[in-house]
Design a protein around this ligand. Structure first.
Ligand SMILES: CCCCCCCCCCCCCC(=O)SCCNC(=O)CCNC(=O)[C@H](O)C(C)(C)COP(=O)(O)OP(=O)(O)OC[C@H]1O[C@@H](n2cnc3c(N)ncnc32)[C@H](O)[C@@H]1OP(=O)(O)O
Length: 493
């Protein structure tokens, strides 16, 4: 995961930072956030922009770009699609294996370090992982912002039903016992077009800042692969801001300012040409009351009905997570402790629309809360961000094809009001910004609800599974793709 959730400046400039010829940039963040004047950094912008578009659209890469790609010393040895690979079928890449074919012992580790399995049921170890990520996880290249995951967030993100302790893999320095690297897997069943796959989602790969570029990441990846394979699971889903061989799709981050003056103060947002601070504040002002009749927090008792609505709604996408009901409950409502919390303290916020007359649930919307630490700012230390998570609605059911005029218009209208109310709820929770990707059917409402394109892209990958490209919600010119929208239904943290 979670890669750098681009910190946009509200301008429609493509990010170029991960597309320079040097792969050494790949541990750099995806964005340059100090672009509030809308100017691009000094690079060969045209060339890079073209490359960016090609990558974003999953187009075949040119000879020159292919050469660069060959330098993936680790990734070229792994069962992933090559950039220039002609895909003629969907399915596993490796020949079938069994857990007995997989070594029982961990990969060799440098002698100064040792493998550990982190026990996240122990508060101390949960805090340790939290503190380690807090200090070393994804930040922007100017070290202005860093994800501020909380221990509660990890409880939710790393312990869904079926989680396994041995999939929370750490590396410690032998002498000091300090944690220096981490990677995690959680179980997830996926549907990729018509096929269902038992996979894991890989997330929170991190190496201590002082141990970067020492080829530790490939060892972590091989070790988590071994531990997952031992459970007879051979495919994985992961996302990254960096470009690796080969994205199944690329989505883009968009940001809806809720507290624009603060975003401006800390350098997250800039002024667009021709706009003043006052006009920008006015543009982003939203009310404090929701408008959709029957909107209310989702309760445990709603799970059966929402689950049914969700499954039906999700049939439209090419790649989705096939939740079991307990998983669905976990992801949408959190654990028993989360469910008891006051809304302002929640990590995952889910609402439903209950028709006031029929009492039928017609819509569902969720977002999660993940703040950023604002590093070295005298006025603010936290940027409060909400991320659009899952939604479902019956608005276009029975209106023919998802792309028909009637279905599109009904869905657009409904999502605008539903997500519009989501913005109000988030604002009332003191969020400064609401982030969304161009996945799902999001492009239908992003413009109208004043989400601005961010600088960052998110690439989605499948390990050991060949697929035809999936639409990510962007056209070649980087505008929202209102015609094809996106085939991505799965949301990763
Ligand atoms: C069936 C089960 C399968 C399970 C496994 C499925 C695959 C899971 C894959 C993991 C999904 C993770 C999803 C997330 O969590 S994405 C979040 C990644 N984390 C961060 O960005 C946090 C800050 N950065 C760091 O901690 C380090 O820079 C990391 C750890 C990212 C790399 O450490 P370092 O900078 O010290 O580099 P190195 O010398 O050790 O290694 C260099 C090699 O690593 C390749 N690299 C760099 N970044 C990534 C990346 N984000 N995904 C995959 N590979 C990456 C790179 O191309 C090069 O390979 P190659 O170019 O030579 O080929």
């Amino acid at each position: 995961m979670s890669k750098f959730k681009a910190l946009g400046n509200g301008t429609r400039q493509p990010d170029t930072s991960n597309l320079t010829p040097s792969h050494h940039k790949f541990n750099q963040p995806q964005t340059s956030i100090k672009m509030s004047d809308g100017k691009k950094p000094e690079v060969n912008a045209n060339l890079i922009e073209q490359l960016l578009k090609k990558l974003a659209m999953g187009e075949e890469l040119t000879e020159k770009q292919r050469k660069d790609m060959k330098d993936y010393k680790f990734w070229k040895t792994q069962p992933v699609a090559k950039f220039d690979e002609k895909i003629d079928h969907e399915g596993p890449i490796d020949k079938p294996k069994t857990p007995a074919d997989i070594p029982d012992t961990p990969y060799p580790m440098l002698k100064e370090f040792e493998w550990v399995t982190m026990d996240l049921d122990q508060d101390e170890q949960l805090s340790e992982v939290h503190e380690f990520l807090h200090a070393n996880y994804v930040e922007d290249k100017d070290s202005t912002f860093r994800f501020a995951y909380s221990p509660e967030f990890f409880e939710w993100a790393l312990k869904p039903p079926g989680w396994k302790k041995e999939w929370h893999v750490g590396v410690r320095a032998k002498a000091s016992k300090k944690l220096v690297a981490f990677i995690s897997a959680i179980p997830a069943k996926l549907r990729v077009r018509s096929k269902e796959l038992q996979t894991v989602e890989i997330n929170f790969l991190v190496v201590h800042k002082q141990l970067r570029n020492k080829r530790l990441a490939p060892v972590l990846i091989k070790e988590i692969t071994r531990r997952v394979n031992k459970h007879d699971i051979w495919q994985a889903l992961y996302t990254a801001g960096v470009v690796l061989p080969s994205p199944v799709t690329t989505c883009r981050y968009t940001h809806r300012p809720l507290n624009w003056p603060k975003l401006y103060d800390i350098g997250f947002s800039g002024l667009r040409p021709g706009e003043t601070k006052a006009s920008t504040v006015a543009k982003y002002t939203i009310g404090s009351t929701t408008k959709v009749a029957g909107l209310r927090p989702m309760k445990l008792e709603d799970v059966d009905e929402v689950f049914e609505l969700f499954e039906k709604f999700h049939e439209r996408y090419d790649i989705v997570q096939k939740f079991t009901k307990p998983e669905f409950t976990h992801w949408m409502l959190g654990d028993a402790q989360q469910q008891k919390l006051d809304i302002k303290d929640k990590i995952i916020v889910s609402y439903v629309v209950e028709n006031p007359e029929t009492h039928k649930i017609t819509d569902f919307l969720s977002f999660y809360i993940l703040p950023f630490s604002v590093l070295e700012d005298s006025k603010y230390d936290t940027l409060n961000a909400a991320y659009l998570f899952y939604y479902a609605t019956d608005a276009d059911f029975g209106k023919g094809d998802r792309f028909s005029e009637e279905a599109t218009s009904a869905l657009t209208k409904r999502l605008e009001s539903l997500v519009g109310d989501g913005l109000v709820l988030a604002k009332n929770m003191d969020m400064d910004v609401f982030n969304a990707l161009t996945s799902q059917d999001n492009v239908l409402f992003l413009d109208d609800l004043k989400f601005g394109l961010g600088d960052g892209f998110l690439n989605l990958y499948l390990f050991n599974y060949m697929t035809f490209p999936i639409k990510g919600g962007l056209q070649e010119n980087n505008e929202f793709d209102l015609v094809n929208r996106s085939g991505v239904g799965v949301v990763m943290l």
